[in-house]
Design a binder for this molecule. Structure first.
Ligand code: DHB
Ligand code: FE
Length: 292
């Protein structure tokens, strides 16, 4: 069976792509953000996942407001990036992992989730930036994109997203493969780009949420979507991706160890967070296999 080695969550902000392109990582504005990544890259360099499943939200590149799936899973040979109008250079296509895509789709559907399956899928900055931040040289694993709507109401509840994450975790554990898999989350933390509260950030809530992912992963499922918008901003609800990632690592037999975290305010309008978790224990399905 495949091995789930852990997860990494990071914010995605188009300006990060511009900073990478212009080589600004060491400038005072950017340094506290980029300095979070070397320990996480070092861990990924050691654990070497072959595949990543990435929970992210599309911002209008692949799905526009006229057709907005709640949950969509990519099942394509490759995922191309395209110009979204932010002025960041596009990246070459990411390689897909068809066998895992379909295994996730089948497993999660059997657990009563109704998914949109995408045999063609463009991926936006929410996919490209985490991949570029974690594998700056482009030598990245193959990917399975799992898109969660946080863009147009109605949004899925935190409880539902948590359940989806668990189901995706089950699928990874039962995938017949000798490959190593990591789960990624892209989005958040608190930010609001539009309306009267544009620029809203809630450090206290962000830090509570971050610490809950270590000590009490279901903590955020107590909140309704409207609570989460109030506490984190209209785009801060992207933190649902972090919840899905954490849920994918939650089984009876696996504990998580924090590899590294970082929190920095602001980059653009966003409170940025980074968290890497290593899964420690045995596969809940085979019972015997060390995860790492
Ligand atoms: C910003 C944040 C986002 O999550 C996003 O998708 C686009 C822009 C920002 O803070 O600029
Ligand atoms: Fe976003």
């Amino acid at each position: 069976m495949a091995r789930l080695i852990g997860g990494v969550a990071t914010s995605h902000i188009p300006a990060i792509g511009g900073a990478i392109h212009k080589g600004l990582q060491q400038q005072p504005y950017w340094k506290p953000f980029f300095d979070g990544f070397p320990p996480v890259r070092e861990w990924l360099g050691r654990t070497k996942p072959d595949v990543v499943v990435i929970f992210y939200n599309d911002h209008g590149l692949n799905f526009f407001l006229d057709k907005m799936p709640t949950f969509a899973v990519g099942a394509a040979e490759q995922y191309a990036n395209a110009d979204e109008g932010w002025g960041i250079p596009t990246l070459p296509p990411f390689k897909g992992e068809l066998d895992l895509s379909w295994h996730i789709i089948n497993t999660v559907t059997e657990q009563d989730f109704d998914l949109v399956t995408c045999q063609e899928m463009l991926v936006d900055h929410a996919c490209t930036l985490p991949m570029k931040l974690l594998w700056p040289d482009g030598d990245c694993p193959s990917v399975v994109p799992v898109c969660i709507n946080t863009v147009q109401f109605p949004l899925p509840s935190a409880k539902r997203v948590y359940a989806l994450g668990r189901a995706v975790g089950d699928a990874i554990h039962t995938w017949e493969s000798d490959k190593k898999v990591a789960v990624l989350a892209s989005g958040g933390l608190s930010h609001q780009l539009d309306g009267e509260r544009a620029g809203f950030i809630n450090k206290e809530f962000d830090l509570q949420f971050l610490s809950s992912l270590l000590t009490n992963p279901e903590w955020a499922t107590q909140f309704s979507i409207h609570d989460l918008v109030e506490k984190t901003g209209t785009q801060g609800v992207e933190l649902l991706m972090w919840l899905a990632m954490r849920a994918a690592l939650t089984t009876n037999t696996i504990a998580v160890r924090k590899v590294h975290s970082n929190y920095h305010i602001p980059i653009s309008n966003t409170a940025t967070g980074l968290l890497a978790l290593e899964a420690m224990g045995v596969s809940p399905f085979t019972g015997a296999q060390p995860v790492n």
